[in-house]
Design a protein around this ligand. Structure first.
Ligand code: NOJ
Length: 554
């Protein structure tokens, strides 16, 4: 195996990905909805933050039933976001700034207003009929099987005109494409080519584990762990409706196309247990996604031992030479600040930015934005509207970016499409830029450190210690300074005095000022909510357990 110094890393391995939800990032024309020109205005901020690649959620024409994840034209721009010229200019400026652009690709389903579906539903013998999933009713008129929609209710919709059901894993207005039909595969590869030829640097592929379904359309089994408060979709285990073996052929076909271009990236949105997730890297002989999104940090309880074990498991099952990645938030999940609290969200920042692998940062998390309570009569997200009373709306994590202390926080001069956080005047980029221990200051110092230190950027991950409060690990790369990361995942003080290593070093990042720049040796006392990054001058393993042996370093 080549040592770390001989390896060449690609932009998506040593850089940070930043997710923009375009409706909520920056409005440039006062209509209350963010747009491409708005993103262009904020490129300087992203560059300064240290972002390598920007992933933008869908910007294509859409009836907006699912806020852009219901696409009616895959190769155009929705006018509210701007024009194709605006897109070309944005791409040009992103590249001029040395950054990359990743687009959302939504191949599992289109909008029911897409011309493909309009044709498909027009008659049973239309040439595009088989582009979507049509099935006869059971003899009693009921749906072909028991599959449920992620957004509530049955996944089958009756079409009175042609007397068949069509399948939609998500909304009725999001019919699933039939990926067993080669014409669909080719059409979507053409869509990918269209954007790749423009110079787009990659795709985040939406709902990849949903794309191929069981050929026998068997009923999904009941979920014995279902509870009333959960989404109705979780009543069943999606054994037959997701993660089918044939999906790997399609992922490999998509990857093959990307590999015809230089250094393009495929990220796959997949919510699966880790051993099934990593199968989407493919094999050396047949590669699939570069980065199947790793949502562990979103799914796990905030518990040091559980997180430590999950990191170990992920590191252990990653196929050779495949690159890890970590996600702490996105537009579908409660924000980290609202899951673990303001102070602990700083611990989360250290974790995200010091683990081995590409971090993906959700816009606004760098200033500790929290979920905003949206009154029930203002809910817009279909997931919230379709399953009322379960607090499942995703609007709270999609509110406008908080830039400054002006009205609407600098997001828009008009009426924002979704209300801003009531704390926006004090929690925003402008204010935090002036505060030494703000979220933004922490993110900036962590990103800067990561970009300048090979051990943190691409070095090995060495677990050191975990208990009911603490999580500690070392990042090291041959010939470079190593770093010890010690995180207190609770509000109570705790004491790091490991029996497995001896060390000497300097605290160079801390969530609090008091220990910053202090020398530490063999132990660190941490206050509640404290997390530190220690630059190691010396360290040595004193473990008696060879499986945890760390090599001595100076
Ligand atoms: C996953 C996307 O992230 C989510 O926002 C969307 O609603 C579904 N896929 C359907 O496209």
């Amino acid at each position: 195996m080549p040592n770390d110094n001989q390896k060449q890393y690609l932009w998506w391995q040593d850089g940070l990905i930043y997710q923009i939800y375009p409706r909520s990032f920056q409005d440039s024309n006062g209509d209350g909805i963010g747009d491409l020109k708005g993103i262009l205005q904020r490129l300087g901020y992203l560059k300064e933050l240290g972002v390598k690649a920007i992933w933008i959620s869908p910007i294509y024409p859409s009836p907006m039933a699912d806020f852009g994840y219901d696409i009616s034209d895959y190769t155009a721009i929705w006018p509210i976001f701007g024009s194709m010229e605006d897109f070309d200019e944005l791409l040009k400026q992103i590249h001029a700034a040395g950054m990359k652009l990743i687009l959302d690709l939504v191949p599992n389903h289109s909008s029911d207003e897409h011309p493909w579906f309009i044709e498909s539903r027009s008659s049973k013998d239309n040439p595009k009929r088989d582009w979507y999933i049509w099935k006869d009713a059971k003899p009693d008129g009921s749906a072909p099987n028991n599959w449920l929609s992620v957004f509530g209710g049955s996944a089958w919709e009756w079409d009175a005109h042609t007397q068949q059901y069509y399948y939609h894993a998500f909304l009725v207005k999001q019919p699933d494409l039939n990926w067993r039909n080669p014409a669909v595969v080719n059409a979507m590869l053409d869509v990918m080519r269209f954007w790749l030829d423009k110079g787009v640097d990659g795709f985040r592929v939406d709902a990849m584990w949903h794309m191929v379904k069981d050929q026998q359309w068997r009923d999904n089994p009941r979920n014995p762990d279902y509870k009333e408060y959960m989404a109705t979709y979780e009543q069943l285990l999606p054994v037959y409706s997701t993660d089918q073996p044939e999906m790997h052929d399609i992922a490999a076909t998509m990857r093959h196309l990307l590999d015809e271009y230089q250094e393009r990236l495929m990220i796959a949105e997949i919510y699966l247990p880790v051993h099934r997730l990593v199968a989407y890297y493919g094999t050396q002989a047949r590669e699939e996604a570069h980065l199947p999104f790793n949502f562990m940090l979103i799914a796990l309880p905030w518990d040091a031992q559980k997180i430590a074990a999950a990191i170990d498991e992920y590191e252990a099952v990653l196929p050779d030479d495949n690159w890890p990645n970590w996600v702490m938030g996105n537009h579908d999940q409660p924000r980290i600040t609202s899951r673990v609290g303001g102070q602990q969200s700083k611990i989360a920042a250290i974790l995200l930015l010091t683990l081995r692998g590409t971090p993906t940062l959700y816009y606004g998390d760098e200033i500790g934005m929290r979920d905003v309570p949206i009154p029930s009569d203002e809910i817009q997200d279909p997931q919230g509207l379709n399953m009322p009373g379960k607090n499942l709306s995703r609007d709270p994590e999609r509110t406008p970016m908080q830039w400054d202390s002006s009205s609407n926080s600098g997001f828009t001069t008009g009426k924002p499409w979704l209300r801003l956080d009531s704390t926006a005047r004090r929690r925003n980029v402008e204010v935090q830029a002036t505060i030494a221990f703000s979220h933004l200051a922490l993110y900036k110092s962590l990103i800067g450190l990561r970009q300048s230190e090979p051990s943190l950027m691409t070095g090995r991950y060495q677990p050191v210690y975990a208990d009911s409060q603490l999580l500690a690990y070392i990042r090291e790369s041959e010939g470079h300074t190593a770093f010890l990361i010690v995180l207190n995942l609770t509000h109570r003080p705790c004491y790091f005095a490991p029996r497995t290593i001896r060390f000497k070093g300097l605290v160079i990042v801390d969530t609090f000022p008091e220990q910053l720049n202090l020398s530490v040796q063999d132990k660190i006392d941490l206050s509640g909510d404290e997390g530190v990054v220690v630059r190691l001058d010396e360290w040595q393993s004193i473990s008696s357990n060879p499986s945890h042996e760390l090599s001595p370093h100076k």
